[in-house]
Design a protein around this ligand. Sequence first.
Ligand SMILES: Cc1cc2nc3c(=O)[nH]c(=O)nc-3n(C[C@H](O)[C@H](O)[C@H](O)COP(=O)(O)O)c2cc1C
Length: 495
Amino acid sequence: MVVLLDWLTTIFVFLVGLAVAAIIVLFFIDRMQTADAVRRNYPVIGRLRYVFTELGEFFRQYFFAMDREEMPFNRAQRDWVYEAAQNKSTNVAFGSTRNLDPVGTPIFVNCPWPTLESDGARAAPMVIGGGVARQPYEAPSLFNISGMSYGALSTPAVRALSNGAAKAGCWMNTGEGGLSPYHLEGGCDIVFQIGTAKYGVRDHAGNLSDEKLREVAAHDQVKMFELKLSQGAKPGKGGILPAAKVNAEIAQIRGIPEGEASISPNRHPDINNGGELLDMIARIREVTGKPVGFKTVIGAYGWLENLFAEINRRGLDSAPDFITVDSGDGGTGAAPLPLIDNVGLTLRESLPMLVDLRDQAGLKQRIRIVASGKLVTPGEVAWALCAGADFVISARGFMFALGCIQAMKCNKNTCPTGITTHDPKLQRGLDPTNKAVRVASFVKQMRKEVGIIAHSCGVENPRQLRRYHVRMVCADGRSRPLDELYPTVNETEAA
Ligand SMILES: Cc1cc2nc3c(=O)[nH]c(=O)nc-3n(C[C@H](O)[C@H](O)[C@H](O)COP(=O)(O)O)c2cc1C
Protein backbone atom coordinates (compact mmCIF):
# COMPACT_ATOMS: atom_id res chain seq x y z
CA MET A 1 0.00 0.00 0.00
CA VAL A 2 2.80 2.39 0.99
CA VAL A 3 4.70 1.47 -2.17
CA LEU A 4 1.59 2.17 -4.23
CA LEU A 5 1.12 5.56 -2.55
CA ASP A 6 4.77 6.36 -3.23
CA TRP A 7 4.28 5.48 -6.88
CA LEU A 8 1.13 7.57 -7.18
CA THR A 9 2.87 10.52 -5.50
CA THR A 10 5.83 10.20 -7.86
CA ILE A 11 3.54 10.04 -10.91
CA PHE A 12 1.55 13.05 -9.65
CA VAL A 13 4.69 15.11 -9.02
CA PHE A 14 6.04 14.05 -12.43
CA LEU A 15 2.82 15.10 -14.18
CA VAL A 16 2.68 18.44 -12.37
CA GLY A 17 6.36 18.99 -13.27
CA LEU A 18 5.62 18.10 -16.88
CA ALA A 19 2.67 20.52 -16.96
CA VAL A 20 4.80 23.30 -15.48
CA ALA A 21 7.59 22.56 -17.97
CA ALA A 22 5.06 22.60 -20.84
CA ILE A 23 3.69 25.93 -19.63
CA ILE A 24 7.21 27.39 -19.47
CA VAL A 25 7.99 26.14 -22.98
CA LEU A 26 4.67 27.51 -24.32
CA PHE A 27 5.36 30.79 -22.51
CA PHE A 28 8.63 31.22 -24.37
CA ILE A 29 7.18 30.06 -27.69
CA ASP A 30 4.35 32.59 -27.35
CA ARG A 31 6.62 35.41 -26.25
CA MET A 32 9.12 34.85 -29.07
CA GLN A 33 6.69 34.35 -31.98
CA THR A 34 5.62 37.44 -33.92
CA ALA A 35 2.55 36.26 -35.80
CA ASP A 36 0.01 36.60 -33.03
CA ALA A 37 -0.29 39.72 -30.85
CA VAL A 38 -2.64 38.21 -28.25
CA ARG A 39 -0.34 35.24 -27.55
CA ARG A 40 2.73 37.49 -27.55
CA ASN A 41 1.19 39.90 -25.04
CA TYR A 42 -0.59 37.25 -22.98
CA PRO A 43 1.59 34.12 -23.29
CA VAL A 44 -0.12 30.75 -22.67
CA ILE A 45 -3.32 32.30 -21.36
CA GLY A 46 -3.88 33.98 -24.74
CA ARG A 47 -4.20 30.50 -26.25
CA LEU A 48 -7.47 30.06 -24.39
CA ARG A 49 -9.00 32.70 -26.67
CA TYR A 50 -8.42 30.41 -29.64
CA VAL A 51 -9.62 27.32 -27.81
CA PHE A 52 -12.82 29.14 -26.83
CA THR A 53 -13.20 30.63 -30.31
CA GLU A 54 -13.01 27.13 -31.76
CA LEU A 55 -15.39 25.72 -29.18
CA GLY A 56 -17.67 28.74 -29.53
CA GLU A 57 -18.58 27.53 -32.98
CA PHE A 58 -20.25 24.53 -31.34
CA PHE A 59 -21.61 26.20 -28.18
CA ARG A 60 -22.74 29.58 -29.56
CA GLN A 61 -25.90 28.18 -31.03
CA TYR A 62 -26.94 26.91 -27.61
CA PHE A 63 -25.80 29.71 -25.31
CA PHE A 64 -24.72 32.81 -27.15
CA ALA A 65 -25.12 34.97 -30.25
CA MET A 66 -25.10 33.63 -33.79
CA ASP A 67 -22.45 34.58 -36.34
CA ARG A 68 -24.32 37.65 -37.52
CA GLU A 69 -25.33 39.19 -34.21
CA GLU A 70 -22.22 40.93 -32.86
CA MET A 71 -21.70 44.67 -33.32
CA PRO A 72 -20.26 46.79 -34.79
CA PHE A 73 -18.80 43.97 -36.87
CA ASN A 74 -20.14 40.46 -36.63
CA ARG A 75 -18.01 37.35 -36.52
CA ALA A 76 -18.64 36.45 -40.16
CA GLN A 77 -17.35 39.85 -41.32
CA ARG A 78 -14.33 39.70 -39.03
CA ASP A 79 -13.53 36.13 -39.98
CA TRP A 80 -13.55 37.06 -43.65
CA VAL A 81 -10.97 39.79 -43.01
CA TYR A 82 -8.83 37.57 -40.75
CA GLU A 83 -8.75 34.86 -43.38
CA ALA A 84 -8.13 37.23 -46.28
CA ALA A 85 -5.32 38.87 -44.30
CA GLN A 86 -3.71 35.51 -43.60
CA ASN A 87 -4.03 34.57 -47.25
CA LYS A 88 -6.13 31.56 -46.23
CA SER A 89 -9.04 30.29 -48.27
CA THR A 90 -12.11 32.45 -47.69
CA ASN A 91 -14.39 29.71 -49.02
CA VAL A 92 -17.14 28.52 -46.67
CA ALA A 93 -19.16 25.34 -46.63
CA PHE A 94 -22.78 24.23 -46.27
CA GLY A 95 -24.48 27.56 -46.88
CA SER A 96 -24.79 31.22 -45.99
CA THR A 97 -25.28 32.20 -42.36
CA ARG A 98 -26.49 35.58 -43.58
CA ASN A 99 -30.19 36.27 -43.28
CA LEU A 100 -31.08 37.80 -46.65
CA ASP A 101 -34.43 39.18 -45.49
CA PRO A 102 -33.58 42.36 -43.52
CA VAL A 103 -34.30 45.70 -45.14
CA GLY A 104 -31.22 47.10 -46.85
CA THR A 105 -29.61 43.74 -47.66
CA PRO A 106 -27.85 44.05 -51.02
CA ILE A 107 -28.41 41.26 -53.53
CA PHE A 108 -26.33 41.38 -56.70
CA VAL A 109 -27.92 40.31 -59.96
CA ASN A 110 -25.93 37.53 -61.52
CA CYS A 111 -25.66 37.41 -65.28
CA PRO A 112 -26.65 34.13 -66.96
CA TRP A 113 -23.33 34.39 -68.81
CA PRO A 114 -20.81 35.62 -66.28
CA THR A 115 -17.57 37.12 -67.50
CA LEU A 116 -15.03 34.39 -68.08
CA GLU A 117 -12.25 34.69 -65.57
CA SER A 118 -9.81 34.83 -68.48
CA ASP A 119 -11.68 37.90 -69.83
CA GLY A 120 -11.82 39.70 -66.48
CA ALA A 121 -9.48 42.58 -65.74
CA ARG A 122 -8.37 44.46 -62.66
CA ALA A 123 -9.80 47.96 -62.32
CA ALA A 124 -7.39 50.32 -64.06
CA PRO A 125 -5.71 53.16 -62.13
CA MET A 126 -7.83 56.30 -61.94
CA VAL A 127 -6.51 59.86 -62.09
CA ILE A 128 -7.47 62.36 -59.39
CA GLY A 129 -7.00 66.08 -60.00
CA GLY A 130 -6.18 65.60 -63.70
CA GLY A 131 -5.77 68.84 -65.65
CA VAL A 132 -6.03 70.99 -62.51
CA ALA A 133 -3.42 70.02 -59.92
CA ARG A 134 0.20 70.50 -61.05
CA GLN A 135 0.87 66.95 -59.91
CA PRO A 136 -2.30 64.88 -60.42
CA TYR A 137 -2.39 61.49 -58.74
CA GLU A 138 -2.89 58.29 -60.70
CA ALA A 139 -4.32 56.15 -57.92
CA PRO A 140 -3.54 52.50 -58.61
CA SER A 141 -5.96 50.80 -56.22
CA LEU A 142 -9.71 51.11 -55.77
CA PHE A 143 -9.43 49.91 -52.15
CA ASN A 144 -7.30 51.96 -49.74
CA ILE A 145 -6.57 52.76 -46.11
CA SER A 146 -8.77 55.39 -44.44
CA GLY A 147 -7.47 58.06 -42.05
CA MET A 148 -6.38 56.91 -38.60
CA SER A 149 -4.00 59.28 -36.89
CA TYR A 150 -0.60 58.43 -35.49
CA GLY A 151 -1.60 58.82 -31.88
CA ALA A 152 -4.87 56.98 -32.19
CA LEU A 153 -2.70 54.22 -33.73
CA SER A 154 0.54 52.91 -32.28
CA THR A 155 3.95 53.09 -33.93
CA PRO A 156 4.04 49.41 -35.00
CA ALA A 157 0.50 49.68 -36.38
CA VAL A 158 1.41 52.68 -38.56
CA ARG A 159 4.61 50.93 -39.68
CA ALA A 160 2.68 47.78 -40.61
CA LEU A 161 0.09 49.78 -42.55
CA SER A 162 2.75 51.79 -44.38
CA ASN A 163 4.70 48.69 -45.41
CA GLY A 164 1.54 46.74 -46.22
CA ALA A 165 0.12 49.56 -48.37
CA ALA A 166 3.39 49.71 -50.31
CA LYS A 167 3.27 45.95 -50.94
CA ALA A 168 -0.36 46.11 -52.07
CA GLY A 169 0.04 49.32 -54.09
CA CYS A 170 -2.69 51.27 -52.29
CA TRP A 171 -2.72 54.62 -50.51
CA MET A 172 -2.67 55.25 -46.78
CA ASN A 173 -4.38 58.30 -45.25
CA THR A 174 -2.49 59.83 -42.28
CA GLY A 175 -5.60 60.84 -40.34
CA GLU A 176 -5.49 64.17 -38.57
CA GLY A 177 -2.39 63.59 -36.40
CA GLY A 178 0.26 64.75 -38.89
CA LEU A 179 2.92 62.90 -40.85
CA SER A 180 5.29 60.68 -38.90
CA PRO A 181 8.46 58.90 -40.09
CA TYR A 182 6.48 55.68 -39.69
CA HIS A 183 4.00 56.69 -42.39
CA LEU A 184 6.88 57.22 -44.78
CA GLU A 185 8.79 54.08 -43.77
CA GLY A 186 7.24 51.61 -46.22
CA GLY A 187 7.32 53.92 -49.22
CA CYS A 188 3.54 53.79 -49.86
CA ASP A 189 1.43 56.55 -51.42
CA ILE A 190 0.14 58.91 -48.74
CA VAL A 191 -2.90 61.13 -48.42
CA PHE A 192 -2.13 63.83 -45.87
CA GLN A 193 -5.17 64.77 -43.83
CA ILE A 194 -5.60 68.30 -42.48
CA GLY A 195 -7.79 68.12 -39.42
CA THR A 196 -9.44 71.03 -37.69
CA ALA A 197 -6.36 71.62 -35.49
CA LYS A 198 -4.10 71.47 -38.58
CA TYR A 199 -1.67 69.16 -36.81
CA GLY A 200 1.58 68.88 -38.70
CA VAL A 201 0.91 71.96 -40.88
CA ARG A 202 0.14 74.66 -38.29
CA ASP A 203 2.10 77.70 -37.25
CA HIS A 204 2.70 78.74 -33.63
CA ALA A 205 -0.75 80.33 -33.43
CA GLY A 206 -2.42 77.15 -34.72
CA ASN A 207 -3.18 78.57 -38.19
CA LEU A 208 -2.49 76.78 -41.46
CA SER A 209 1.11 77.41 -42.45
CA ASP A 210 2.02 77.54 -46.17
CA GLU A 211 5.61 76.83 -45.29
CA LYS A 212 4.69 73.62 -43.44
CA LEU A 213 2.36 72.63 -46.26
CA ARG A 214 5.22 72.98 -48.71
CA GLU A 215 7.45 70.84 -46.49
CA VAL A 216 4.87 68.05 -46.37
CA ALA A 217 4.16 68.30 -50.11
CA ALA A 218 7.88 68.04 -50.84
CA HIS A 219 7.67 64.34 -49.95
CA ASP A 220 7.11 62.58 -53.25
CA GLN A 221 5.11 59.94 -51.36
CA VAL A 222 2.49 62.50 -50.33
CA LYS A 223 0.11 62.35 -53.28
CA MET A 224 -2.96 64.27 -52.09
CA PHE A 225 -4.31 66.48 -49.29
CA GLU A 226 -7.64 65.95 -47.57
CA LEU A 227 -9.36 68.61 -45.48
CA LYS A 228 -11.37 66.89 -42.81
CA LEU A 229 -14.67 68.69 -42.23
CA SER A 230 -16.14 65.84 -40.23
CA GLN A 231 -16.04 62.09 -39.70
CA GLY A 232 -19.00 59.79 -39.36
CA ALA A 233 -18.51 58.78 -35.75
CA LYS A 234 -18.51 62.34 -34.43
CA PRO A 235 -19.85 65.01 -36.77
CA GLY A 236 -19.46 68.41 -35.15
CA LYS A 237 -16.72 67.23 -32.79
CA GLY A 238 -12.99 67.41 -33.36
CA GLY A 239 -10.35 64.77 -32.76
CA ILE A 240 -9.97 63.50 -29.22
CA LEU A 241 -6.69 61.97 -28.15
CA PRO A 242 -6.76 61.19 -24.41
CA ALA A 243 -3.83 62.56 -22.34
CA ALA A 244 -2.52 59.06 -21.66
CA LYS A 245 -1.80 58.65 -25.36
CA VAL A 246 0.00 61.98 -25.89
CA ASN A 247 3.64 60.92 -25.46
CA ALA A 248 6.68 63.06 -26.32
CA GLU A 249 6.93 61.97 -29.96
CA ILE A 250 3.23 62.40 -30.70
CA ALA A 251 3.28 65.81 -29.01
CA GLN A 252 6.24 66.84 -31.17
CA ILE A 253 4.65 65.64 -34.44
CA ARG A 254 1.36 67.37 -33.65
CA GLY A 255 2.98 70.50 -32.20
CA ILE A 256 1.19 70.27 -28.83
CA PRO A 257 2.18 69.79 -25.14
CA GLU A 258 3.07 66.28 -23.96
CA GLY A 259 0.74 64.50 -21.53
CA GLU A 260 -2.24 66.79 -22.18
CA ALA A 261 -5.36 65.59 -24.01
CA SER A 262 -5.27 66.63 -27.67
CA ILE A 263 -8.70 68.05 -28.50
CA SER A 264 -9.09 69.68 -31.89
CA PRO A 265 -11.74 72.32 -32.61
CA ASN A 266 -15.14 71.01 -33.63
CA ARG A 267 -14.73 72.59 -37.07
CA HIS A 268 -12.14 74.53 -39.05
CA PRO A 269 -12.41 77.96 -37.42
CA ASP A 270 -11.33 79.56 -40.70
CA ILE A 271 -13.95 77.87 -42.92
CA ASN A 272 -17.45 79.23 -42.41
CA ASN A 273 -19.23 78.37 -45.66
CA GLY A 274 -18.93 76.65 -49.04
CA GLY A 275 -17.17 79.62 -50.64
CA GLU A 276 -14.48 79.65 -47.95
CA LEU A 277 -14.11 75.88 -48.32
CA LEU A 278 -13.39 76.34 -52.04
CA ASP A 279 -10.96 79.18 -51.23
CA MET A 280 -9.10 76.93 -48.80
CA ILE A 281 -8.98 74.05 -51.31
CA ALA A 282 -7.61 76.42 -53.96
CA ARG A 283 -4.96 77.70 -51.55
CA ILE A 284 -3.75 74.24 -50.52
CA ARG A 285 -3.67 73.07 -54.16
CA GLU A 286 -1.76 76.17 -55.22
CA VAL A 287 0.81 75.82 -52.42
CA THR A 288 1.30 72.05 -52.72
CA GLY A 289 0.61 71.44 -56.41
CA LYS A 290 -1.24 68.25 -55.45
CA PRO A 291 -4.92 67.22 -55.60
CA VAL A 292 -7.04 68.42 -52.68
CA GLY A 293 -10.38 67.13 -51.46
CA PHE A 294 -12.46 67.11 -48.32
CA LYS A 295 -13.96 64.50 -46.03
CA THR A 296 -17.42 64.80 -44.60
CA VAL A 297 -20.35 62.92 -43.21
CA ILE A 298 -23.61 64.10 -44.76
CA GLY A 299 -26.48 65.40 -42.68
CA ALA A 300 -27.92 68.86 -43.32
CA TYR A 301 -29.90 69.84 -46.42
CA GLY A 302 -28.90 72.13 -49.25
CA TRP A 303 -25.22 72.80 -48.59
CA LEU A 304 -23.91 70.38 -51.21
CA GLU A 305 -26.29 71.79 -53.85
CA ASN A 306 -25.04 75.28 -52.99
CA LEU A 307 -21.42 74.14 -53.06
CA PHE A 308 -21.79 72.55 -56.49
CA ALA A 309 -23.64 75.64 -57.80
CA GLU A 310 -20.79 77.82 -56.51
CA ILE A 311 -18.26 75.57 -58.26
CA ASN A 312 -20.13 75.99 -61.51
CA ARG A 313 -20.19 79.78 -60.99
CA ARG A 314 -16.43 79.90 -60.29
CA GLY A 315 -15.41 77.34 -62.91
CA LEU A 316 -14.52 73.65 -62.82
CA ASP A 317 -10.98 74.27 -61.60
CA SER A 318 -12.38 75.54 -58.28
CA ALA A 319 -13.85 72.12 -57.45
CA PRO A 320 -12.35 69.76 -54.89
CA ASP A 321 -10.52 66.97 -56.70
CA PHE A 322 -12.30 64.42 -54.54
CA ILE A 323 -14.90 64.18 -51.79
CA THR A 324 -14.66 61.49 -49.14
CA VAL A 325 -18.07 60.60 -47.76
CA ASP A 326 -18.00 58.86 -44.40
CA SER A 327 -20.87 56.89 -42.96
CA GLY A 328 -22.70 58.02 -39.81
CA ASP A 329 -21.78 54.65 -38.30
CA GLY A 330 -18.06 55.08 -38.96
CA GLY A 331 -15.39 54.25 -36.43
CA THR A 332 -13.19 56.38 -34.21
CA GLY A 333 -10.48 56.26 -31.58
CA ALA A 334 -12.77 58.16 -29.18
CA ALA A 335 -16.13 59.95 -29.52
CA PRO A 336 -19.17 60.90 -27.44
CA LEU A 337 -21.90 58.23 -27.55
CA PRO A 338 -24.73 60.49 -28.81
CA LEU A 339 -22.66 61.47 -31.84
CA ILE A 340 -21.56 57.90 -32.54
CA ASP A 341 -25.10 56.61 -32.23
CA ASN A 342 -27.39 59.30 -33.55
CA VAL A 343 -25.81 61.92 -35.82
CA GLY A 344 -25.06 61.76 -39.55
CA LEU A 345 -26.56 59.70 -42.35
CA THR A 346 -25.29 56.22 -43.02
CA LEU A 347 -23.54 55.52 -46.30
CA ARG A 348 -26.51 53.54 -47.62
CA GLU A 349 -28.33 56.85 -48.05
CA SER A 350 -25.58 59.41 -48.26
CA LEU A 351 -23.44 57.82 -50.97
CA PRO A 352 -26.09 57.62 -53.72
CA MET A 353 -27.33 61.07 -52.65
CA LEU A 354 -23.87 62.63 -53.01
CA VAL A 355 -23.19 60.87 -56.32
CA ASP A 356 -26.52 62.13 -57.71
CA LEU A 357 -25.94 65.71 -56.58
CA ARG A 358 -22.46 65.70 -58.11
CA ASP A 359 -23.73 64.21 -61.37
CA GLN A 360 -26.72 66.55 -61.59
CA ALA A 361 -24.28 69.45 -61.29
CA GLY A 362 -22.30 68.03 -64.24
CA LEU A 363 -19.22 67.37 -62.10
CA LYS A 364 -18.89 63.60 -62.55
CA GLN A 365 -15.63 63.79 -64.50
CA ARG A 366 -14.16 66.45 -62.21
CA ILE A 367 -14.79 65.20 -58.65
CA ARG A 368 -13.92 61.67 -57.58
CA ILE A 369 -15.95 60.14 -54.81
CA VAL A 370 -14.29 58.11 -52.07
CA ALA A 371 -16.58 56.12 -49.74
CA SER A 372 -16.05 54.78 -46.23
CA GLY A 373 -18.13 53.15 -43.54
CA LYS A 374 -18.15 49.47 -42.65
CA LEU A 375 -16.99 48.48 -46.12
CA VAL A 376 -14.90 45.54 -44.96
CA THR A 377 -16.17 42.65 -47.09
CA PRO A 378 -16.29 42.29 -50.89
CA GLY A 379 -20.11 42.54 -50.96
CA GLU A 380 -20.08 45.90 -49.18
CA VAL A 381 -17.29 47.28 -51.35
CA ALA A 382 -19.08 46.11 -54.51
CA TRP A 383 -22.28 47.80 -53.28
CA ALA A 384 -20.42 51.10 -52.89
CA LEU A 385 -19.05 50.82 -56.42
CA CYS A 386 -22.56 50.12 -57.75
CA ALA A 387 -23.83 53.17 -55.89
CA GLY A 388 -21.24 55.32 -57.68
CA ALA A 389 -18.10 55.43 -55.53
CA ASP A 390 -14.84 55.78 -57.47
CA PHE A 391 -12.75 54.53 -54.55
CA VAL A 392 -13.45 52.69 -51.31
CA ILE A 393 -11.47 53.12 -48.12
CA SER A 394 -11.56 51.34 -44.79
CA ALA A 395 -10.18 51.97 -41.32
CA ARG A 396 -11.50 49.20 -39.11
CA GLY A 397 -11.09 46.59 -41.85
CA PHE A 398 -7.37 47.32 -41.70
CA MET A 399 -7.42 47.15 -37.92
CA PHE A 400 -8.79 43.60 -38.24
CA ALA A 401 -6.04 42.84 -40.76
CA LEU A 402 -3.58 44.01 -38.09
CA GLY A 403 -5.11 41.58 -35.60
CA CYS A 404 -7.78 43.73 -33.87
CA ILE A 405 -10.15 41.55 -31.85
CA GLN A 406 -12.82 44.27 -31.42
CA ALA A 407 -11.99 44.70 -27.74
CA MET A 408 -13.34 48.30 -28.06
CA LYS A 409 -10.54 49.80 -25.93
CA CYS A 410 -9.10 52.23 -28.51
CA ASN A 411 -9.51 55.20 -26.13
CA LYS A 412 -8.00 53.50 -23.07
CA ASN A 413 -4.37 52.94 -24.09
CA THR A 414 -4.90 49.29 -23.16
CA CYS A 415 -5.55 47.75 -26.59
CA PRO A 416 -4.67 44.07 -26.10
CA THR A 417 -3.35 43.70 -29.65
CA GLY A 418 -1.03 46.72 -29.58
CA ILE A 419 -2.86 48.59 -32.36
CA THR A 420 -4.19 51.59 -30.44
CA THR A 421 -1.91 51.70 -27.41
CA HIS A 422 1.40 53.39 -26.68
CA ASP A 423 2.20 50.96 -23.90
CA PRO A 424 5.43 49.29 -25.12
CA LYS A 425 4.50 46.05 -23.32
CA LEU A 426 1.33 45.74 -25.40
CA GLN A 427 2.91 47.07 -28.60
CA ARG A 428 5.38 44.22 -28.35
CA GLY A 429 2.62 41.91 -29.57
CA LEU A 430 2.33 43.64 -32.93
CA ASP A 431 5.15 42.68 -35.24
CA PRO A 432 5.10 45.22 -38.10
CA THR A 433 6.85 42.94 -40.59
CA ASN A 434 4.42 40.09 -40.16
CA LYS A 435 1.38 42.35 -40.08
CA ALA A 436 2.46 44.29 -43.18
CA VAL A 437 2.09 41.05 -45.14
CA ARG A 438 -1.43 40.66 -43.73
CA VAL A 439 -2.38 44.21 -44.66
CA ALA A 440 -1.24 43.58 -48.23
CA SER A 441 -3.05 40.21 -48.43
CA PHE A 442 -6.26 41.84 -47.21
CA VAL A 443 -6.14 44.44 -49.99
CA LYS A 444 -5.28 41.90 -52.67
CA GLN A 445 -8.00 39.46 -51.59
CA MET A 446 -10.53 42.29 -51.42
CA ARG A 447 -9.73 43.40 -54.95
CA LYS A 448 -9.88 39.81 -56.15
CA GLU A 449 -13.25 39.00 -54.57
CA VAL A 450 -14.89 42.28 -55.61
CA GLY A 451 -13.74 41.22 -59.07
CA ILE A 452 -15.50 37.87 -58.57
CA ILE A 453 -18.79 39.72 -57.88
CA ALA A 454 -18.21 41.89 -60.96
CA HIS A 455 -17.66 38.79 -63.12
CA SER A 456 -20.76 37.14 -61.70
CA CYS A 457 -22.71 40.26 -62.71
CA GLY A 458 -21.27 39.97 -66.22
CA VAL A 459 -18.86 42.90 -66.28
CA GLU A 460 -15.13 42.78 -66.74
CA ASN A 461 -13.97 44.82 -63.80
CA PRO A 462 -15.41 46.29 -60.59
CA ARG A 463 -15.56 49.86 -61.86
CA GLN A 464 -18.10 48.73 -64.46
CA LEU A 465 -20.60 47.84 -61.73
CA ARG A 466 -23.74 50.00 -61.95
CA ARG A 467 -26.76 50.55 -59.75
CA TYR A 468 -28.85 48.06 -61.69
CA HIS A 469 -26.38 45.35 -60.73
CA VAL A 470 -27.57 45.40 -57.12
CA ARG A 471 -31.06 45.10 -55.63
CA MET A 472 -31.89 46.19 -52.11
CA VAL A 473 -34.35 44.35 -49.89
CA CYS A 474 -37.19 46.75 -49.02
CA ALA A 475 -39.67 46.93 -46.14
CA ASP A 476 -42.35 44.97 -48.05
CA GLY A 477 -39.96 42.02 -48.27
CA ARG A 478 -39.29 42.52 -51.99
CA SER A 479 -35.97 43.63 -53.42
CA ARG A 480 -35.69 46.53 -55.87
CA PRO A 481 -32.82 47.57 -58.13
CA LEU A 482 -30.73 50.37 -56.64
CA ASP A 483 -31.33 52.44 -59.78
CA GLU A 484 -35.07 52.28 -59.10
CA LEU A 485 -34.54 53.52 -55.53
CA TYR A 486 -31.98 56.12 -56.70
CA PRO A 487 -32.52 56.69 -60.45
CA THR A 488 -29.17 57.25 -62.11
CA VAL A 489 -28.63 60.65 -63.70
CA ASN A 490 -28.25 60.49 -67.49
CA GLU A 491 -24.57 59.66 -68.11
CA THR A 492 -24.13 62.24 -70.88
CA GLU A 493 -25.71 64.93 -68.74
CA ALA A 494 -23.28 63.97 -65.97
CA ALA A 495 -20.20 63.85 -68.16
C1 LIG B 1 -8.85 54.26 -34.40
C2 LIG B 1 -9.46 55.17 -35.41
C3 LIG B 1 -8.91 56.41 -35.65
C4 LIG B 1 -9.48 57.27 -36.59
N1 LIG B 1 -8.90 58.49 -36.84
C5 LIG B 1 -9.41 59.29 -37.80
C6 LIG B 1 -8.77 60.50 -38.16
O1 LIG B 1 -7.73 60.89 -37.61
N2 LIG B 1 -9.34 61.24 -39.14
C7 LIG B 1 -10.48 60.85 -39.80
O2 LIG B 1 -10.95 61.55 -40.68
N3 LIG B 1 -11.09 59.70 -39.48
C8 LIG B 1 -10.58 58.90 -38.52
N4 LIG B 1 -11.19 57.71 -38.24
C9 LIG B 1 -12.39 57.32 -39.03
C10 LIG B 1 -12.02 56.45 -40.23
O3 LIG B 1 -11.09 57.06 -41.08
C11 LIG B 1 -13.24 56.06 -41.09
O4 LIG B 1 -13.76 57.23 -41.67
C12 LIG B 1 -14.35 55.39 -40.32
O5 LIG B 1 -13.87 54.55 -39.30
C13 LIG B 1 -15.24 54.56 -41.24
O6 LIG B 1 -14.51 53.53 -41.85
P1 LIG B 1 -14.55 52.02 -41.30
O7 LIG B 1 -15.99 51.66 -41.09
O8 LIG B 1 -13.88 51.21 -42.37
O9 LIG B 1 -13.81 51.99 -40.02
C14 LIG B 1 -10.64 56.86 -37.29
C15 LIG B 1 -11.20 55.60 -37.05
C16 LIG B 1 -10.62 54.77 -36.13
C17 LIG B 1 -11.23 53.40 -35.91
